[in-house]
Design a protein around this ligand. Structure first.
Ligand code: KG4
Ligand code: ZN
Length: 343
């Protein structure tokens, strides 16, 4: 019988050090070390992030190996995030992965972070549907770094149909959260406070962007101006209206995303939608997409379990595994890239 490959995946593109070991498509261990220090700066400080990856990476690898109950010599290949992301952070993961690959004499597999968010749906039992999406499908990647609609024809045949022209949706949520007095990352805090809010209380204008592209910077400024104006009238405005403000913002964001996906369905004729990235753990976005699928019987929505929405090592390991199975090994001479690169 063919041996089931064991892959270790390293994620270090931003502020989370993620290390995961998978056997075939099932997760043996998945360690994430969050860098909480950035909370007090209102966003990720790149210099601090890379130093902390350097401090945390060995700890995360040792823990992942221990929990997976495997020996080092059982690992068939190592995969790591090559980009996009913060260059200093990426370099820590790359240096570790290259040394590990050379030390053990195993293949090195580079991973595109955005592709990995989408391919995390191929981890066994990673999504709430408990099934793998069939090709072709439309991937909606909504995270702190990216907002994209991607046509996925096959594991490594992806085509970008739309992207944000400025801020990503997560970035806009994080910046709005800071305006409201919350800490970084703000998305989950806005979600928390929205729970008992009236989502129709405040109306913000939706960005008018043609085609399948997005824009969130104007929306963010619109919210900022509105809050400043209200604070001039009533200094306690934010304090007194927090649930309604959060619910209204969240609702509009969910509507913007759903409207674009409806457009993409019409344009491509593909009605299988796969959500990925940290913002896809938001309950209102999930609820609106699922209710859309309920009303449109031909539409299928794939949603990840929360732990696989935000950055993690398992998404890097599964992408590595899919490359390993196709002999898509990489050279030891690769270098990380910070900006988005075409797949
Ligand atoms: O995928 P991710 O961990 O990192 C990137 O690749 O960027 O996404 C992080 C983003 C942050 O902007 C964070 O505020 C947002 O995901 N986020 C959420 C929620 N959980 C995380 N946004 C809205 N609702 C949430 N529950
Ligand atoms: Zn990410």
């Amino acid at each position: 019988m063919k041996k089931k490959p064991i892959i270790i995946g390293i994620e270090s593109s931003c502020d989370d050090t993620g290390v995961s070991i998978i056997k075939n498509r099932s997760v043996l261990s998945n360690i994430i070390i969050h860098q909480k220090i950035h909370k007090k700066y209102g966003g990720v400080v790149p210099e601090i992030a890379s130093r902390l990856h350097d401090q945390n990476i060995i700890k995360a690898v040792q823990k992942a190996i221990f929990l997976s109950k495997i020996n080092l010599d059982q690992i068939d290949a190592i995969s790591f995030t090559l980009g996009p992301g913060l260059i200093g952070s990426l370099l820590v993961g790359a240096a570790f992965a290259k040394s590990f690959s050379m030390g053990l004499g195993i293949p090195l597999l580079t991973v595109n972070h955005i592709q990995a968010h989408i391919l995390s749906h191929f981890i066994q039992n990673a999504n709430i549907n408990n099934s793998y999406p069939k090709f072709p499908f439309l991937g909606l990647v909504i995270s702190g770094g990216h907002t994209q609609i991607i046509k996925v024809n096959d594991f490594f045949k992806m085509e970008i149909l739309g992207s944000t022209l400025d801020d990503s949706v997560g970035e806009a949520l994080d910046k709005i959260a800071i305006m409201l007095g919350f800490s970084y990352p703000g998305g989950p805090i806005i979600e928390f406070f929205s729970k008992n809010g009236n989502d129709k209380k405040f109306i913000f204008s939706k960005p008018m962007v043609r085609g399948l592209d997005f824009s969130f910077s104007g929306f963010k400024s619109d919210v900022s101006q509105f809050i400043k104006k209200q604070l001039k009238i009533n200094a306690l405005f934010v304090k007194q209206n927090i649930p309604d403000i959060c619910a209204s913002i969240q609702k509009i964001i969910a509507e913007i995303l759903l409207e674009k996906i409806q457009k993409a369905i019409l344009k491509t004729g593909i009605s299988r939608i796969v959500l990925a990235g940290g913002v896809s753990s938001n309950h209102e976005i999930r609820r609106m997409f699922m209710s859309f699928a309920k009303e449109n019987k031909r539409c299928e929505i794939f949603i990840l379990k929360k732990k696989y929405t935000t950055d993690n090592g398992a998404m890097i390991a599964i992408t590595g595994l899919l490359k390993y199975e196709r002999n898509l090994h990489d050279s030891i001479h690769v270098t990380p890239y910070s900006k988005f690169k075409i797949f």
